[in-house]
Design a protein around this ligand. Structure first.
Ligand SMILES: Nc1nc2c(ncn2[C@@H]2O[C@H](COP(=O)(O)OP(=O)(O)OP(=O)(O)O)[C@@H](O)[C@H]2O)c(=O)[nH]1
Length: 314
């Protein structure tokens, strides 16, 4: 028997299928090759094929192709059955772990095969799909719960930004990644001016509202791959990977101006005055450490405060 027919015969889907049917399947398509990391299935793309895995390993991920591996698919098994039998988009991302060879079978052809050969097979597949969906849902729920718990520990409850705990873990990691690829990490330390007075005038609740507004200004000005954390009462830090000083200064200026122009509403409906911020900026180099970078930015923040506040220093 030619190698490919043998390979097809050994897949879970085509087990104990007659040679005639195997030949029909073989004539229907060509095997496809996937390189490590290449995505076969994604919830964003309609799927019309079941893919029989002839060699290699595939991984299944829920939130994105880079989220944790939920399941590994090994030789002989297939992917895509749930989406083609249920006629829905795939519920997960499937990507190649190493080099993979897969054999695609189009949905229409598969249904034809099932109906002609054994109608009961379709029912079995439908049942299997229901089981798999239930299992998948359970795994999704578990995963969501785990990531919510992890997030809670790293998120500031008032602003929704990362907290100090997150920063202490993440800053050394992000910095060493940037040093590793020879790119700078630009760091902004942002501190609200005269916040004690603001609290005294508008109450602690009024101060909290101002902090929430501040969090929103920071969040809405950073790029998807930047990070923002509330690292103290009225102090924030923004990490800008792969960013030079010019871009960092422009972003800091934008945050400073937007903060100054915000109209802040107290929960009782009264408008409160805007706040202002002082911002210190530092840029990493090959010899930077978290501590040295932090203290360089802090030094610039101190200089901004000394220069009258509501300004950016670098
Ligand atoms: N409303 C509110 N206030 C907070 C929170 N955390 C810290 N603060 C207040 O922030 C104020 C910080 O005051 P200071 O450190 O003296 O600094 P400042 O008045 O902002 O003065 P400069 O930084 O020198 O411009 C204190 O009054 C804290 O009570 C919080 O979660 N909510």
């Amino acid at each position: 028997m030619p190698l490919l027919i043998q390979e097809l015969a050994e897949t879970e889907l085509l087990r104990q299928v007659s040679d005639d049917i195997l030949k029909q399947v073989l004539a229907h398509a060509e095997p496809l090759g996937f390189s490590p990391g290449e995505v076969l299935l994604s919830p964003e793309q309609d799927n019309k094929h079941i893919y029989l895995l002839l060699s290699g390993t595939l991984t299944v991920h829920f939130d994105s192709p880079d989220s944790p591996v939920i399941r590994e698919i090994t030789e002989g098994f297939s992917v895509g059955e749930m989406s083609i039998i249920g006629d829905t988009a795939p519920s997960a991302y499937v990507k190649a772990k190493g080099f993979c060879r897969v054999f695609p079978i189009h949905r229409d052809f598969l249904l034809e095969l099932i109906h002609n050969a054994q109608p009961i097979a379709y029912n079995l597949l439908r049942l299997l799909t229901q089981w798999m969906k239930a299992n998948t849902q359970k795994i999704i729920n578990d995963q969501v719960q785990i990531s919510e718990l992890t997030n809670q520990a790293n998120i500031d409850g008032l602003t929704g930004l990362y907290n100090r705990r997150w920063l202490d873990n993440a800053l050394p990691r992000i910095l060493s990644q940037m040093i590793g690829i020879g790119q700078p990490l630009c760091v902004l330390v942002i501190d609200i001016d005269y916040f004690k007075k603001y609290n005294d005038l508008h109450g602690h609740q009024g101060g909290d509202i101002a902090l929430i507004y501040m969090g929103n200004v920071v969040r809405s000005n950073i790029r998807p791959y930047d990070f923002a954390a509330r690292i103290g009462g009225e102090e924030f830090m923004v990490l800008l990977p792969n960013t030079n000083l010019t871009v960092g200064i422009a972003l800091a200026e934008r945050i400073r101006q937007e903060t100054e122009n915000q109209v802040i509403a107290h929960p009782d409906g009264a408008a409160m005055p805007s706040i202002t911020v002082s911002i210190g900026i530092a840029l990493s180099d090959a010899s930077s450490t978290s501590k040295s970078l932090f203290s360089a930015a802090d030094k610039q923040l101190y200089s901004a405060k000394q220069s009258g506040r509501n300004c950016v220093k670098y």
